[in-house]
Design a protein around this ligand. Structure first.
Ligand code: FAD
Length: 485
């Protein structure tokens, strides 16, 4: 079917105003926040192609009809939330049809009795959280990208919010969904507490990044906004003591709403003028919350644990300043100034985290004298932690910077696998991390490929992402990465 014929059919289905054909419109949907693409764009180069058309459905039925027509014309599709992903998940490789979910932006059911909310996938995160707050509730999922991401994008990427130590990641918060499959069927998972009915279909879709299904609606847990909280800012002598404290808190069964640990470098810019950090340069921000008696009891417990790790409690200014700017992108500030800034979030067990940090820090330092490496830890669990690393090079010739950037990724992801960790905690895999997916899953990746082939035999849904095959004639420019581990 010609491009014009397909566009005409979609205009009949959605209305002409919801079928974008102009190059400038299609260009807006051709990239997300993948830092590598920003580096290339500085020299006028592009990663991937333009989408063939941008389609803007308003209902699950319209999504289904889009998919049916796409299947009939053998046209691959990519669901688009709001393009805040940082791994190239929405980048078209072969002029795929882009399905912009943002007209599906309503809360369809608020169920206070069961602590559940049902929301269309394209709803903006900030608008969603504001609507819940207006009723006295929160979803507990507050990513730094809250204002620029959608609820469906969170579920598609297995995202993590800043309060994950209390509420969990999105896979712990999403309990039901509606999604359109490549064959046009609508899959519904009812929002029930737990099941013992075989492997979880919900878990297969959450995190599938548009490769198995287009999520049109999710049902999420909600919680009353805590009535009270207490923030503790602690100065600690070294990273090991801060990590030990977080482990102690989580293994004691506490669920603070915030646990943020900063290494010396990331703490330095936040603690200027506070004497406690002169001898103890590592910072922990811990916020407990709930009803007042719980807050009082947990505060005393945390203070007791803090003493075990030689921590000194100090003023809360660093935490207050972080909270006031918690949705602002630090990477963007560096990118705007011509730096090569990137972030990599991985997961390891507690037993490996100190070695992981030190090994990567040493290897990055050996790579280039101006290479920056720092980390913070803001998602903590009884068994381990997410290490969120910032890697940066100053403005320099791209011919030097891009190979170094690539080596930094190889070091960070390679060492994570060597330490038994996972290559991604909450940003997903997208296009950029595909090369590491075999190292991540081993035989499990064969299982996932078989599932993909069975659910989407024509490879219509977001081809080439998550380490899955591209369609004939298309290339994943990053596929060779991760092959040296
Ligand atoms: C400054 C900044 C801070 C960030 N902070 C965080 C953070 O704290 N925590 C975190 O988890 N992430 C964070 N991210 C990453 C990003 O915001 C998340 O991955 C987010 O979940 C993506 O949502 P989106 O709606 O923009 O999705 P998009 O970028 O549009 O899409 C991402 C992927 O999901 C797929 N997808 C989108 N919608 C659907 C759908 N309805 N059905 C099926 N597949 C779909 C796309 O095809 C693509 O593969 C950050 C990004 C930036 C730029």
């Amino acid at each position: 079917m010609s491009k014009n014929d397909l566009a005409a059919e979609y205009c009949t289905l959605l209305g002409a105003e919801n079928v974008l054909t102009e190059e400038a419109d299609r260009d807006r949907y051709a990239h997300d926040r993948l830092p590598f693409a920003t580096f290339r764009a500085r020299e006028g180069a592009k990663v991937g192609t333009l989408p063939r058309l941008v389609l803007r459905p308003a209902t699950s039925d319209e999504v289904r009809e889009i998919v049916n027509l796409a299947a009939k014309s053998d046209s691959p599709v990519i669901p688009y939330g709001s393009g805040s992903g940082v791994l190239g998940g929405i980048i078209p490789l072969q002029n795929e049809l882009m399905i912009d979910m943002q007209r599906m932006n309503k809360i369809t059911k608020f169920d206070a009795e069961n602590n559940l909310v049902t929301v269309e996938a394209g709803m903006n995160g900030e608008a969603f959280e504001a609507a819940l707050n207006a009723k006295g509730y929160t979803s507990g999922h507050l990513p730094q990208s809250l204002t620029i991401s959608t609820v469906g994008g969170w579920a598609a990427c297995r995202g993590g919010g800043q309060e994950s130590s209390r509420y969990g990641k999105i896979e712990n918060i999403v309990v039901g969904l509606k999604a359109v499959l490549p064959d046009g069927q609508i899959l519904e998972v009812r929002p029930l507490p737990k099941r013992a009915t075989g492997p979880s279909v919900l878990d297969l879709i959450v995190g599938s990044e548009g490769t198995l299904a287009i999520i049109t609606e999710v049902t999420m847990r909600i919680w009353k906004v805590p009535s009270d909280e207490k923030a503790l800012v602690l100065a600690l002598p070294n990273r090991a003591s801060a990590l030990g404290l977080a482990k102690r808190i989580m293994q004691a069964g506490l669920h603070p709403r915030i646990v943020r640990l900063y290494d010396e470098k990331e703490a330095a810019g936040r603690v200027k003028g506070i004497a406690a950090f002169e001898e103890r340069p590592v910072m922990a921000n811990i916020v407990v919350c709930g009803d007042a008696p719980i807050v009082a009891a947990e505060t005393e417990l945390v203070r007791g644990f803090a003493r075990e790790f030689d921590a000194v409690e100090t003023e809360t200014r660093p935490f207050d300043e972080w909270r006031a700017t918690r949705y602002v992108s630090i990477t963007k500030q560096w990118l705007d100034r011509g730096f090569y800034n990137d972030t990599i979030e991985v997961t390891v067990n507690w037993s490996q985290v100190n070695s992981l940090y030190e090994t990567i820090a040493a290897k990055i330092a050996a790579l280039h004298p101006d290479a920056h490496f720092s980390a913070h830890w803001s998602h903590v669990y009884p068994e381990g932690v997410c290490q969120y690393m910032t890697l940066r090079l100053p403005p320099m010739d791209q011919n030097v910077a891009l190979p170094l950037h690539s080596l930094m990724w190889e070091i960070a992801e390679g060492e994570t696998l060597a330490h038994g960790g996972s290559i991604a905690h909450h940003h997903g895999s997208g296009l950029f991390r595909g090369g590491w997916m075999d190292g991540e899953h081993g035989v499990g990746m064969d299982v996932l490929r078989k599932v993909k082939d069975a659910v989407d035999p024509a490879n219509l849904f977001n081809p080439g992402k998550l380490g899955f095959a591209t369609r004939e004639g298309a290339v994943n420019p990053f596929q060779a990465r991760g092959q040296n581990e």
